[in-house]
Write a protein that binds this ligand. Structure first.
Ligand code: SF4
Length: 405
């Protein structure tokens, strides 16, 4: 066997500089700017008072810190790992969607949860917290492009079509990824299914297969396919449901053969990673560890050394020996922070021109200042409130997930 020749730490540093050439890497543009100067602001929540638009990063920092001090223990700030640095620094707790859901459920004596994530996460926090707790999403335009690919009406129609095509005796359990609207979580709760995250998708699928022959998995085809494959389900027993086509573009034979019916949804951030990027990283850094998120495509996950949730990625890199090198296939803000926190290792994003999660990025400090100062003045801005019927059934689906071993 040929021994792997690893570059020295200084050679790694040289390669890293080349790999993240500022001329080609737009992530260098991720600098704090007043809200009005953010190029994408036109598509963000517009009704923020004018005074906040032009505040400098320093002024916003001063006002957010002062507001947090006034609100004290009445407030908890939760921050998703994909948030930019100038937002995550205010978080009392950070985590992936699963960890944040648990944290929201565990809060006691808190009146306000400021959720620095995206819409579906804030909805889950509202469902899991006591009724008197107000959950606030700083910018209402912070959605999730993947969650938007599963429109509830399309899912309900698909459910009926699948049952019509399979006929009597069909035993399909719906499983929704956390990245979905509360109404879809309620739907799976009512139909005997559950919610999963990338941390527990395998356990959720096992739970579902104990209760049915087939799983309808939405909205992320890649998480469904990667998890099913790792559990031993062949690719040809997982059929893709294209919600734009009659009968999802499938035949009754395909459906009958399938163990999993995968919704045709994806994450625009994670779908950018490719096998070619992994091959390049391996050429440039012999012996490198490649770790990717399971929202990446199946061939990318197969080509990587490991895959897992953001929490798993954090643990793997943080606990790795000094001098090791890591190419990471997930969102750039998290990878940059991970690199910063591990100066004794080489850590970089697989995609040298990767963009941040563009919807998570919509949480700008100006929105934090606005919503927090609103709370002090006695008005709750941007509260996320799930109606009672939706809450009842989505809580069932979420609690099934939280009860997984
Ligand atoms: S990274 Fe992808 S799945 Fe996660 S919030 Fe952003 S768009 Fe949605």
């Amino acid at each position: 066997m040929t021994a792997v020749v690893r570059p020295t730490v200084s050679e790694y540093a040289e390669l890293l500089a080349k790999y993240t050439d500022p001329d080609t890497c737009p992530t260098d543009a991720l600098q704090p700017l007043p809200l009005i100067e953010e190029p994408a602001f036109v598509s963000w929540q517009q009704d923020i008072p004018r005074a906040y638009l032009e505040m400098s990063p320093e002024e916003l920092d001063r006002r957010i810190s002062a507001a947090r001090e006034v609100l004290g223990k009445k407030l908890v700030v939760l921050g998703h790992h994909y948030q930019r640095d100038e937002v995550i620094k205010y978080a009392d707790y950070t985590g992936d969607s699963f960890k944040l859901a648990r944290l929201a459920a565990d809060q006691e004596g808190v009146e306000f949860v400021l959720f620095c994530g995206v819409h579906f996460m804030a909805e889950a926090a509202d469902i899991l917290t006591e009724q008197n707790v107000k959950v606030i999403l700083p910018n209402m335009a912070a959605g999730c492009s993947m969650a938007d690919m599963a429109d509830p009406d399309d899912v309900y129609a698909a459910w009926d079509e699948i049952h019509e095509m399979l006929g009597d005796g069909a035993s399909v359990v719906p499983v929704t990824y956390m990245n979905s609207a509360a109404s879809l979580k309620a739907f799976v709760g009512e139909q005997g299914g559950l919610v999963c995250t990338s941390s527990n998708a395998d356990k959720a699928l096992n739970w579902a297969f104990e209760r049915g022959d087939k799983i309808l998995f939405f909205p992320d085809q890649h998480l469904g396919r990667n998890t099913g494959y790792a559990m031993g389900i062949p690719l040809d027993e997982m059929v893709l449901w294209n919600w734009r086509l009659p009968n999802g573009g499938t035949t009754p034979e395909q459906l009958r053969k399938a163990k999993m019916i995968l919704w045709q949804g994806h994450c625009s951030t994670h779908q950018r990673f490719s096998v070619e990027q992994i091959e390049k990283a391996r050429r440039d850094y012999p012996g490198i560890n490649v770790i990717v998120h399971p929202e990446c495509k199946w061939d990318v996950v197969q080509a990587a050394d490991q895959s897992g949730s953001t929490e798993k990625i954090l643990k793997a890199v943080n606990e790795a020996p000094a001098g090791s090198a890591w190419a990471v296939g997930t969102e750039i803000n998290m990878v940059n922070r991970l690199a910063h926190q591990n100066p004794d290792k080489t850590v970089f994003c697989l995609d040298p021109v990767v963009c941040p999660c563009s919807t998570m990025y919509r949480i700008h400090p100006a929105y934090l200042a606005w919503t927090l100062e609103g709370l002090i003045a006695g008005h709750v801005v941007n509260e996320i409130k799930v109606d009672q019927e939706t809450r009842k059934w989505s809580l069932v689906a979420l609690e099934r997930m939280l009860a997984l071993p």
